[in-house]
Design a protein around this ligand. Structure first.
Ligand SMILES: Nc1nc2c(ncn2[C@@H]2O[C@H](COP(=O)(O)OP(=O)(O)O)[C@@H](O)[C@H]2O)c(=O)[nH]1
Ligand SMILES: Nc1ncnc2c1ncn2[C@@H]1O[C@H](COP(=O)(O)OP(=O)(O)O)[C@@H](O)[C@H]1O
Length: 197
């Protein structure tokens, strides 16, 4: 039996499809609130502050940490810093919404320490080779960066037993259905095909 938590954390290795599955849920399940993270990463074309991320300078991010405004934060892939704003999560939970955090493993461990009754879901690839295909196929990293992410992925895959549940992302709609069921919601029938990110 799954709990019916206010807060669900989704983590998993690089390119498994965390962003794809969580965006699909955000777009098709208005009852779910997908947390918008703060990041020091520069916005990409088309990204909107407050919608995709809250874009912060390094100084602003350090201030958020110093002020205790973050539920968790981490330097991800040795590059940019990402974190979850406590106030936005608290507000969504107070409004009775089901909250979904899509964060990395380091962040998931911090949430586990801070909110032990949250639910932790590991998104796993059908196979290692399929995960590599997705990473390469996405084409957003250089071959060197891909190699680095695959090294990290080995460590991330080893952390699966720390999670309450594993969902295999073989198919986006099926994985999303399983995740919303774990969140205590009823999957919607006849949802649209996911669009490419
Ligand atoms: N700890 C933590 N990780 C996050 C947060 N937001 C996003 N991430 C992770 O940061 C990584 C984003 O990496 P990348 O693939 O470059 O995606 P992008 O920056 O969203 O385009 C993913 O592993 C996310 O799970 C957050 O608030 N906290
Ligand atoms: N179930 C799936 N089947 C096939 N391709 C997928 C699936 N889920 C995601 N992808 C593709 O895999 C790539 C990585 O997905 P993404 O959501 O960016 O991963 P993550 O956020 O975990 O790094 C993208 O090109 C995406 O379109």
């Amino acid at each position: 039996m799954s709990k019916k938590p206010g807060l669900t954390v989704l983590a998993g290795p690089t390119a498994v499809g965390k962003g794809t599955v969580s965006t699909y849920i955000r777009d098709n399940y208005p009852e779910v609130w997908l947390s918008v993270s703060a990041t020091t990463r520069a916005p990409r074309p088309g990204e909107v502050d407050g919608v995709h991320y809250f874009f912060k300078s390094k100084e602003e991010f350090e201030q958020l940490i110093a002020d205790g405004e973050l539920l968790e934060w981490a330097v991800v892939h040795g590059q940019n810093t990402y974190g979850t704003l406590k106030s936005t999560v608290d507000k969504a939970i107070a409004e009775g919404r089901s909250v979904l955090l899509e964060i990395d493993l380091q962040g998931a461990r911090q949430v586990k320490a801070a909110v032990p009754d949250a639910q932790f879901v590991f998104l796993a690839p059908p196979t290692w080779d399929e995960m590599v295909r997705r990473l390469v196929g996405r084409g957003t990293e250089t071959p060197e960066e891909q190699q680095r992410r695959l090294e990290t992925a080995k460590l991330e895959l080893a952390a699966e037993p720390e999670f309450d549940h594993t969902v295999i992302n073989d198919d986006v709609r099926r994985a999303a259905d399983e995740l919303v069921s774990l969140m205590g919601l009823t999957p919607h029938p006849h949802l649209p095909e996911p669009s490419a990110r």
